[in-house]
Design a protein around this ligand. Structure first.
Ligand code: CO
Length: 461
């Protein structure tokens, strides 16, 4: 039994390298080869792909999934699911979470990778129960980060809880690519010793250490690794699939992929990549190793966001200062892992602290909600003085229960509200997650502008 491989080229690959802009036609262009190459699964769907379809590509994300499923007859399809945030940025009611899981599986997903930014397992429960109920493979991901709270023992205890919840497998989700090779060996050895769950590792090449980390993980017994087909590998993405096939071929870890088919798929994906280099969406910087992320512990995507925010305010000279502020904000807030939506929240707070010249003089509403428990339990203690400053005398109770317990069912009301617009429950779910952009998309889809046909006739007989 070799190491199993999940290819991320159709999800994280283009999300990490060119802002998730790959179109459905481009996704389909290499799919037959990928489906026959011998992967354990293909990661094809997630928050950013869904959002980007509606927002930028004028495509129905559900339709994309159905088209992928129609081609993929051999390989499992995997998606990334943000627990109670589903594919969005806030907490949703349980009925929306349940319906989203049901429809994802109905439309073709096999494996749902569920995570919570804070590793608050209460935020996973609903998605996990629904996945089990509708017969999907439920993978729970640990959001990996480093801090005085996030020790190996912390993750081992969390893994035990996750096994009890009924997960079918466990993923170490190292979204920032900060898991060091020796730490990977220790973490995976201890997880293997303490749970029976198959373990998958997901990391990024941003810091230049990912292949080393994966090799140590393999030595420690990891069952599955996430890699990306070579054209969309490296840099802020995952390591190259083909390279791992070559490195492990003939060993007890041989993934058993068909290298000829990978080559054909890679030729097609190279054409896709070339387009995004030509149109400027793939910045060569995203392909360059950036070891400083190992110091700042900031995911690659967050770095480019911070840069954009600072550019927008004409404050690029503050970049270094903001990078140094990020770990301080994290500490103040009890060391949240930097993954969506917390990465954006912490990043924005760091920018505000630096630009305002006074820490926590300004604060986004999401941070206010976070310090009052509305995203779940913070991993460590939120600094009381900082919390007091953020609350600024406002009488808001801090909640200690599961945030979604306060959210009334949403699905039926939305279905009624958009009954003229929505032709399916899938349409309603698109509205539930991204109301404004989904409404715009559906209006356009329902009333296509007829194409003007230009014909040549002889007017002057
Ligand atoms: Co990732």
């Amino acid at each position: 039994m070799g190491v199993k491989i999940v290819d991320t080229v159709l999800r994280d690959g283009h999300q990490s390298l060119f802002a998730t802009r790959m179109t459905t036609d481009e996704v389909l262009s290499a799919l037959e080869e990928l489906d026959n190459a011998g992967y354990y699964a293909l990661e094809v769907w997630g928050g950013a792909t869904f959002d980007s379809c509606l927002r930028f590509l004028d495509e129905d994300p559900w339709e994309r999934l159905r088209k992928i499923r129609a081609v993929c007859k051999n390989t499992k399809l995997q998606m990334l699911f943000r627990g109670q945030n589903i594919l969005g940025y806030r907490h949703y009611a349980d009925d929306v979470v349940d319906m989203f899981v049901k429809k994802s599986l109905e439309n073709g997903i096999d494996i749902i990778r569920i995570f919570d930014a804070l590793n608050d397992i209460r935020n996973l429960r609903c998605a996990v129960e629904s996945t089990k109920k509708y017969g999907g493979h439920c993978q729970i991901a640990l959001s990996y980060t480093t801090s005085p709270i996030h020790t190996v023992d912390y993750y081992v205890e969390l893994a035990k809880e996750i096994e009890k919840m009924g997960a079918d497998s466990l993923c170490i989700k190292d979204m920032a690519g900060v898991l060091l090779p020796n730490d990977a060996y220790e973490l995976i050895s201890k997880l293997k010793a303490n749970t029976k769950l198959p373990i998958e590792l997901h990391s990024h090449c941003t810091g230049g250490i990912c292949e080393m980390t994966y090799m140590n993980a393999i030595a420690a017994g990891v069952d599955i690794i996430d890699t990306a087909l070579s054209p969309l590998s490296g840099g802020t993405s995952q390591p190259s699939t083909e390279s791992f096939q070559y490195a492990l071929a003939g060993t007890e870890f041989d993934p058993g992929l068909n290298i000829e088919l990978l080559k054909k798929a890679a030729e097609k994906m190279t054409k896709v990549k070339d387009k995004y280099i030509a149109n400027g969406l793939l910045n060569p910087k995203a392909l360059t190793v950036n070891p400083s992320i190992l110091k700042y512990q900031v995911p690659g995507g967050m770095l480019s966001n911070l840069m954009n925010q600072l550019k927008g305010q004409g404050a690029m000279d503050k970049y270094e200062e903001v990078l140094n502020e990020v770990p301080r904000v994290r500490k103040d807030l009890g060391y949240p892992p930097l993954v969506t939506p917390l990465s954006q929240m912490v990043g924005t707070q760091a920018v505000m602290n630096v630009i305002a010249g006074e820490r926590y003089k300004m604060c986004p509403k999401e941070i206010f909600d976070y310090v009052t428990g509305r995203y779940g339990k913070s991993p460590g203690i939120i600094d009381p003085a900082i919390k007091k400053k953020i609350l600024n005398g406002k009488e808001v109770t801090t909640i200690s229960h599961r945030p979604a317990d306060d959210i009334a069912p949403e699905f039926e009301a939305l279905k009624e509200k958009y009954k003229d617009l929505c032709k399916s429950d899938e349409d309603v779910l698109s509205c539930a997650l991204f109301e404004n952009i989904a409404v715009k998309f559906l209006e356009k889809r329902n009333n296509p502008q007829p194409e003007v046909e230009v014909v040549e006739v002889n007017l002057y007989v």
